[in-house]
Design a protein around this ligand. Structure first.
Ligand code: 2P0
Length: 331
């Protein structure tokens, strides 16, 4: 439904999210329906800011990415997303999209999550679509699955659902005493060799470990919700780590194998084990890339960051806390 008298120029900001219970595998590639529910923490670093302006009379969309005209796959995905927005809005007007992304793109740092969450919020406003968070989550999902979760701040669960209507994210409560931080070790900021889309498809189609992981992920989600609501950071970390390493195991068993871990990743994993032996609550999670995110208490971030830098001296280390959901900057 189109809102009458809406703005035709809107700017939105969104942050990436890191899944503690992972999304890996689709049941419907066109609708971006995932095989499993997932749960994430939205970060307070690496925002994406996106402005969408309707361009009456233009014959195509223009996309500017960090000041440069976007081309290829990135431009195609954004145009396809805008086609969906236009179809829903009953509009044929093209748009100018201007996006500033501070995340290293394509490095398993969820640049598509913040990117499509910001685009969904700005485009929905510019074309006059429903601005309810749930509708925005469903819309963002159609750009990139993980973007459905970045609509919300702090912790969010994405219900896999069975169709377009039932697949959306919503906030998850955590105990007030939980004071989580993620120490992000960027061991390699370059783009990945296998896109997560390709890797997911191959894992679902060929990995004998996929179904067992998807099944165990259901239990992980139940346990994770309990750990969050009781404020048990060690339990949150243990569950997140086992879920992530299990996801990587499904990929290693794919044919041919997909391996995102690099020697530097493993060095960081070893450093985290050592931190735990030293009594620090520190747990790893990894996505579709070699970078490692270490979940710990906010009060332990300096100690964890020092250990990570020692283990991977060439890495860039960023410290994140829970961040806000996607929102409009204009109105
Ligand atoms: C996640 N990842 O839950 C998982 C864990 C990577 C590993 O979501 O195909 O960019 O656009 O839906 O969301 C990365 O995949 O994939 C991702 P599409 P997306 O965060």
């Amino acid at each position: 439904p189109r809102v009458a008298g809406h703005a035709t120029d809107a700017t939105a900001i969104a942050h990436p999210n890191i899944a503690l219970i992972k999304y890996w595998g689709k049941s419907d590639e066109r609708l971006f329906l995932p095989r499993t529910d997932s749960l994430s923490m939205t970060l307070d670093i690496f925002p994406t800011t996106t402005r969408v302006r309707l361009a009456p009379g233009a014959d195509q969309d223009a996309v500017v990415f960090n000041g440069e005209p976007a081309t290829g796959e990135a431009a195609r995905r954004i145009a396809a997303f805008l086609d969906l927005v236009r179809e829903r809005a009953g509009s044929v007007e093209r748009a100018v999209v201007d996006t500033e992304n501070t995340v290293p793109t394509g490095a398993g740092l969820a640049s598509s999550a913040s990117g499509f969450a910001a685009l969904a919020v700005a485009a929905a406003a510019a074309y006059g679509l429903d601005g309810e968070p749930r509708a925005l989550s469903r819309l963002a999902r159609r750009g990139s699955g993980s973007a459905s979760r970045s609509i919300f701040g702090d912790f969010a669960v994405w219900h896999a659902g069975t169709d377009d209507l039932s697949s959306y994210a919503e906030p998850v409560d955590a105990a007030a005493g939980l004071d989580p931080a993620l120490v992000v070790a960027v061991v390699n900021a370059g783009p990945k060799e296998v896109s997560s889309r390709t890797a997911m498809r191959r894992t679902v189609d060929t990995s004998p470990l996929f179904e067992p992981w998807a099944l165990s992920s259901k239990d992980d989600l139940v346990d994770m919700r309990a750990a969050l609501s009781s404020g048990d950071l060690d339990a949150v970390g243990e569950i997140a780590e086992r879920n992530a390493l299990g996801m990587h195991a499904t990929m290693l068993a794919a044919r041919p194998a997909v391996r995102y871990m690099s020697p530097a990743s493993l060095t960081v994993l070893d450093a985290v084990l050592q931190l735990r032996r030293d009594g620090i609550a520190a747990y790893v999670t990894m996505d579709a890339g070699p970078n490692v995110k270490v979940l710990c208490r906010r009060t332990d971030t300096d100690r964890v960051a020092t250990a990570v830098r020692g283990a991977a001296p060439d890495s860039a280390v960023h410290i994140a806390g829970p961040g806000k959901g996607a929102r409009l900057l204009t109105e």
